[in-house]
Design a protein around this ligand. Structure first.
Ligand code: NAD
Ligand code: AHE
Length: 383
């Protein structure tokens, strides 16, 4: 198939909020600096649903969504040296070129090389899409578009992971299965390890106990936090959250006072670190304001809808609270995703526990319905 157009199945979002349609999509060969990947498994994330809903200012239609996946390199374009056909890889929505101002700064995991192109659904080389249906272009999404059996990504967005002995098909399947989730998981872990640098003994508040919040809890526990307070409007979330390190729970609906006040009262002045894992701007404010005067740090992980803005009294910052955010968990994608995979293999971080449902690409709309139900963490689709 190298150098040829591949026709395969992909879930196309034709319009905001309209059911995804499984279509036969033509995937062009990779050009210079690009990699074509056979996607084996993909997971669904609320960020996909958010763009699909039409609330993402960068959302473009028609497009192929999806950004959590694992697969095998099918072919590479000119000049690609770090991966070759057959390599096991994770496409990353955050690139790492190691050459741009961002990568060289040592201050951020963000990369500037391909972001302008990925933000408008095209490839950098020629500003075109590699996806089409009977000649009509379909936009890429987040530089990954993993709801397709084949996708084309920039080489700077591909993390190569340990090759595994091809013992038998089943093992390969389980292996990749885990990696889909690993990818999600590290967002939360990174928010704790990289962005907040939680110290042993810290008091941590986590707003929203979905997959991201649970991964933050796992990271906080590993960092030695003494109190990990989970806050969710769904009290059932505490049952699962206990297994990920959450040792106290508050449902804001059980209190008349604002949630930040409840937390300040219960923590002798506030928490050392808080994480907003919902995407709700008024909760972001509460998360900042429940932090301890002088040092409390609040990290925004949730993605808020187009037009939403955060606010607080500047006095909150004047008196030493710090407000920050994190993308891709603060991890350098190509360098650190393989390291995270090793940590999983050594059983140092959980993965399997985040998978609650397994379906196939054909059932993708059902998978999104499941995702919005209470008991669901991650749905993994086999392609
Ligand atoms: P989720 O929907 O599974 O979890 C959100 C949780 O928040 C749910 O348990 C819900 O009951 C709870 N909740 C909703 N409103 C609440 C409120 N007002 N107060 C308290 N709890 C409330 O979502 P998820 O998959 O865990 O993702 C969380 C957010 O993180 C999303 O916005 C997603 O887009 C974003 N995200 C960001 C990054 C990043 O790199 N910054 C990466 C992945 C996901
Ligand atoms: N397109 C949106 C922003 C979406 C956003 O914030 N995405 C997160 C990742 S969510 C993963 O599930 C992120 O890391 N953003 C950094 C980046 O470079 O996109 C908007 O508001 O325009």
């Amino acid at each position: 198939t190298q150098g040829q157009i591949i026709t395969c199945k992909a879930a196309v979002a034709w319009e905001p909020n309209k059911p995804l349609v499984i279509e036969d999509v033509q995937v062009a060969p990779p050009q210079a600096g690009e990699v074509r990947i056979k996607v084996l498994f993909t997971a669904l994330c609320h960020t996909d649903a958010y763009t699909w809903s039409g609330k993402d200012p960068e959302g473009l239609f028609p497009c192929i969504l999806g950004h959590e996946a694992a697969g095998i390199v099918e072919s590479v374009g000119e000049g690609v040296t770090e991966v070759q056909p057959g390599d096991h890889v994770i496409p990353c929505y955050q690139a790492e070129c190691r050459e741009c101002k961002f990568c060289k700064s040592g201050k951020t995991n963000l990369c500037g090389k391909v972001r302008l192109a990925t933000g408008v659904g095209v490839m950098l080389t020629d500003r075109q899409s590699r996806f089409s249906i009977n000649g009509k272009p379909i936009y890429h999404f987040m530089g990954t578009s993993t709801f397709s059996q084949y996708t084309v990504v920039h080489d700077v967005s591909v993390a190569k992971i340990d090759p595994i002995a091809p013992l038998d098909k089943l093992i390969v399947i389980f292996w990749f299965h885990d990696l889909c989730i690993r990818y999600t998981l590290h967002i939360g872990l990174g928010a704790v390890w990289n962005t907040a640098k939680v110290e042993p003994g810290s008091i941590v508040a986590i707003f929203g106990l979905g997959t991201v919040g649970l991964a933050v809890a796992e990271g906080a526990k590993a960092a030695g936090a003494s109190r990990i307070i989970g806050i969710d409007i769904d009290s059932k979330k505490y049952d699962t959250a206990k297994n990920f390190g959450v040792n106290e729970f508050i449902n804001p609906k059980d209190h008349e006072k604002p949630i930040q006040q409840v937390i300040v009262d219960q923590t002798d002045g506030g928490v050392d670190y808080s994480f907003e894992c919902i995407g709700n701007v008024s909760v972001m404010r509460a998360a900042l304001e429940c932090c301890h005067k002088g040092w409390g740090t609040s990290v925004i992980v949730g993605v808020a809808a187009s037009g939403q803005e955060i606010s607080t009294r500047p006095f909150q910052l004047v008196t030493g609270r710090v407000w920050k955010g994190t993308a891709f968990g603060g991890f350098k994608s190509r360098s650190q995703v393989p390291w995270l995979v090793d940590k999983y293999l050594k059983k140092e971080i959980k993965v399997d526990e985040y998978i609650t449902h397994n379906l196939t690409l054909a059932d993708i709309n059902k998978a999104f319905d499941l995702m919005h139900e209470g008991g669901c963490l991650r749905v993994v689709l086999s392609m």
